[in-house]
Design a protein around this ligand. Structure first.
Ligand SMILES: C[S@@+](CC[C@H](N)C(=O)[O-])C[C@H]1O[C@@H](n2cnc3c(N)ncnc32)[C@H](O)[C@@H]1O
Length: 426
């Protein structure tokens, strides 16, 4: 009798502990209020056991162990060399399982030598990943990220980041960049130079920061916001005088980990130098390492989104938040595809028509389709924009690539959509 009473009170105690979780979870799922989300994350972070992969995925980078978090990124860059060498060792083991006749043919083709080259250039890549980790250790020393539980490496995100160095910061990536950055920059260039310093531009999901840096170079007061530490640690490495002192100081071999679609081994093992220019943080360029959806308290004259809106798990929240962060009559410039996160994780996987309709419902006027012809860059109706300016703002399709290998035997071409939209007051 006594033991069943004890069991009963233990069950009650467990239920009582779980009740607050349950209530906030209901808010989170049903109401989707920002406040409920933050409370839920805060509550989870106090319970180490609850920080399972499932919950860290739910709360994304913001949780201490999310897939884009600081511990995850540092651990992944740190283990880049060992994890990559392990992959090469698996390929070597696979080759060595060939019968001796085929192995001999492989030998004559130079396959063991090819694996050795992959190993050599991986070690060279590790100079960069080591530099990223050392700088992160120095800059984030106070955050005690290393005191948490073991964080498994995410090698593919490090490999992806290496390709981003090419996209954003190398001569090799210029062709890809010109296609996507130019439409955005050319709209901004129409703002008279003397007015730019007083205008604020926000670049959400800024990746390795090239677009934001270019905008700041035009003279705008620019804020880059990015929640993946895989990206921001790379940006620190590029922008810090401690790690990057001259242009083209570093060389990476970003294609060596994937042997598919290769014409010549030279293509596979070619080195790409970066950065093509020497970037620095300046008073008119800042980086916020956080979730864009949590960014508030400031408004902007422009929001520029590049390959960003489709990464959202809830496009309505994203467009509403862009709208909220813009001054009255201000401008949203977008260029990107609609590659939704699959597997039912994205709440709404909309077509372009639906996204454009949603933008109007949220309170945007897509330029070139409706009025907006009479507005200047403050959104004030003062004079007509020139025909050339209107042309630049026209909605159109831009064929472009994303971290492509120019020499590969395979191309992934996006028919990305470009538009300029004006915030309408509601
Ligand atoms: C497809 S990448 C594009 C990066 C960059 N704009 C480019 O074109 O190279 C999307 C980026 O948005 C970031 N991102 C997605 N959702 C975000 C959010 N809510 N807050 C901040 N960054 C976010 C991702 O971490 C990723 O770096």
């Amino acid at each position: 009798m006594k033991s069943s009473n004890t069991e009963l009170s233990t069950s009650k105690a467990i239920l009582a502990c779980l009740l607050p979780f349950f209530i906030i979870l209901v808010f989170y799922v049903v109401l989707e209020t920002d406040h409920a989300k933050v409370s839920f994350r805060n509550m989870l972070s106090r319970f180490p056991l609850a920080r399972s992969t499932h919950w860290s995925r739910l709360s994304s980078s913001v949780s201490s162990l999310g897939p884009f978090s600081l511990p995850k990124a540092i651990s992944s860059y740190d283990q880049y060399l060992s994890a990559s060498l392990e992959e090469i060792e698996t390929m070597r083991a696979s080759y060595s399982r060939l019968g001796w006749v085929h192995k001999n043919i492989g030998y004559k083709l130079g396959y063991p030598e090819k694996l050795k080259r992959a190993e050599d250039v991986t070690k060279l890549n590790a100079k960069v990943t080591r530099g990223i980790v050392d700088l992160a250790h120095a800059e984030f020393a106070s955050q005690q990220y290393h005191k948490g539980p073991y964080v498994p490496t995410d090698l593919s995100r490090v490999q992806e980041s290496l390709k981003h160095f090419v996209r954003d910061w190398s001569d090799e990536g210029r062709r890809e960049r010109d296609r996507i950055c130019e439409p955005i920059l050319s709209v901004l260039r129409d703002v008279p130079v003397e007015r730019r310093a007083s205008m604020k531009v926000l670049v959400p999901g800024s990746g390795l920061g090239r677009l934001a840096w270019e905008i700041s170079e035009l003279g705008f007061n620019t804020t880059a916001i990015e929640f993946s530490y895989f990206m921001t640690l790379g940006m620190h490495f590029l922008f810090s005088p401690q790690t990057t002192q001259t242009s083209n100081q570093h060389t990476i071999y970003p294609y060596a980990n994937w042997f598919s679609h290769t014409r010549h081994n030279e293509d596979l093992f070619r080195g790409i130098s970066f950065p093509d220019v020497l970037p620095r943080f300046k008073p008119n360029l800042r980086l916020i390492e956080d979730d864009f959806l949590e960014h508030r308290g400031e408004t902007y004259d422009f929001v520029a989104t590049l390959f960003f809106v489709d990464t959202s798990l809830n496009i309505i929240s994203t467009l509403s938040h862009i709208h909220k962060l813009l001054n009255s009559g201000a401008t949203w410039i977008n260029l990107g595809p609609l590659l939704w996160t699959s597997g039912g994780r994205t709440r709404l996987e909309l077509s372009l028509d639906e996204v454009l309709k949603l933008a109007q419902m949220v309170g945007f006027n897509i330029n070139g389709e409706e009025a907006a012809h009479d507005e200047d860059f403050n959104g004030k109706v003062v004079s007509k924009l020139s025909q050339a300016a209107l042309e630049k703002r026209k909605r159109r399709t831009v064929e472009c690539e994303y971290t492509a290998d120019r020499l590969a035997m395979m191309k992934w071409l996006y028919q990305a959509e470009f538009w300029v939209a004006t915030k309408i007051d509601r």
